[in-house]
Design a protein around this ligand. Structure first.
Ligand code: A2H
Length: 274
């Protein structure tokens, strides 16, 4: 948007061993075994976010079922990141540690793809998401993802992102729709909205407040959804106050850079520009 590159924060959601015995997970199981055998540090889905301070409210991760993803080896951390090829190429031209001249991949601009996936093959995977209150969350389908933006993976914070709330609610309310994607009730039902930011006049889960106030029933309510997003994003950032995590009580705008830097220092997140 606007002038210059957009800074995203890549959040590292560790892929855990599939726990539903689904055939769609054959390729990821093979990759997890290979990575373990080779002594690499793990496989991660890496959503791109503009709001790293909201990770306390994660309930799931989203991929596009028809999207094309790859598993790329990251030399700098000895890990494997699952993302779009486009974003992997971008990352391979970026510094992991600029001060020490370390890039994400050993060779500038060169990517090493260990496996390819459709989003469909990544649905229903258990993940460990940094700062989330839930010990594990699942990968769910989101049909509005653009593969031309970020990594094509989106982490879900239904308390503060109306898109995330509408998508999670649809999967909870329509088990038949969810089942089409192999999503079972236990992957969605236990995951309630986690309040993390209080906004005067909007309560402590502004996306839920706005979706209920405007009676947004689905993604078809486009104009109302746009209004809900515009309002919650602006108010959340300008007058929101953190109510969760170690920075509870701080203004969102003050907490954001602190949390971002903490997550990067802990190896839970990286900067990504495009
Ligand atoms: B944000 P921008 Cl709580 N397709 O993260 C669709 N949406 C995508 C995407 C893609 N390929 N990649 C990232 N996004 C989402 C959290 C969040 C976000 C909150 C509130 C607002 C918000 C939790 N989801 O974004 O158009 C991601 O959702 C407000 C715009 O590239 C990412 O940040 O600028 C944001 O959109 C990036 O949007």
């Amino acid at each position: 948007e606007g002038i210059g590159p957009q800074e995203y924060v890549l959040i590292k959601l560790k892929v855990l061993a599939p726990d539903h015995g689904q055939e769609r997970h054959g390729k990821i199981e093979k990759l997890l075994k290979r990575v373990e055998d080779e002594g690499k540090k793990g496989v991660f889905l890496v959503p791109a976010t503009l709001r790293p301070e909201t990770m306390y409210g994660q309930t799931n991760c989203f991929v596009l079922p028809t999207g094309e993803y790859g598993a790329y080896y990251i030399d700098a951390t000895d890990e494997v990141f699952i993302m779009s090829a486009r974003s992997a190429r971008g990352l391979s031209c970026q510094a992991y540690d600029a001060a020490n001249d370390v890039y994400f991949t050993k060779e500038f601009g060169k990517i090493e793809c260990l496996e390819t996936f459709t989003g469909d093959e990544l649905l229903g995977l258990p993940l460990r998401a940094p700062n989330a209150t839930y010990e594990k969350v699942y990968t769910l389908p989101l049909l509005t993802i653009s593969m031309g933006k970020g990594t094509g993976v989106v982490t879900s914070v239904p308390s503060d992102a109306p898109d995330d709330y509408v998508a999670l609610k649809a999967l909870k309310d329509k088990p038949d729709f969810a089942a089409k994607y192999g999503i079972t009730p236990d992957m969605v039902e236990p995951f309630e909205v986690v309040p993390i930011i209080s906004i005067e006049g909007y309560g402590d889960a502004s996306a839920v407040f706005m979706c209920e106030k405007l009676k947004i029933a689905s993604f078809n309510d486009k104009a109302k959804l746009t209004q809900a997003k515009d309002e919650t994003y602006l108010k959340g950032f300008t007058i929101g106050v953190m109510t969760a995590g170690p920075h509870a009580g701080k203004k969102v705008s003050d907490a954001k850079p602190i949390i971002k830097n903490e997550m990067i220092a802990a190896g839970q997140a990286h900067l990504y520009f495009e």
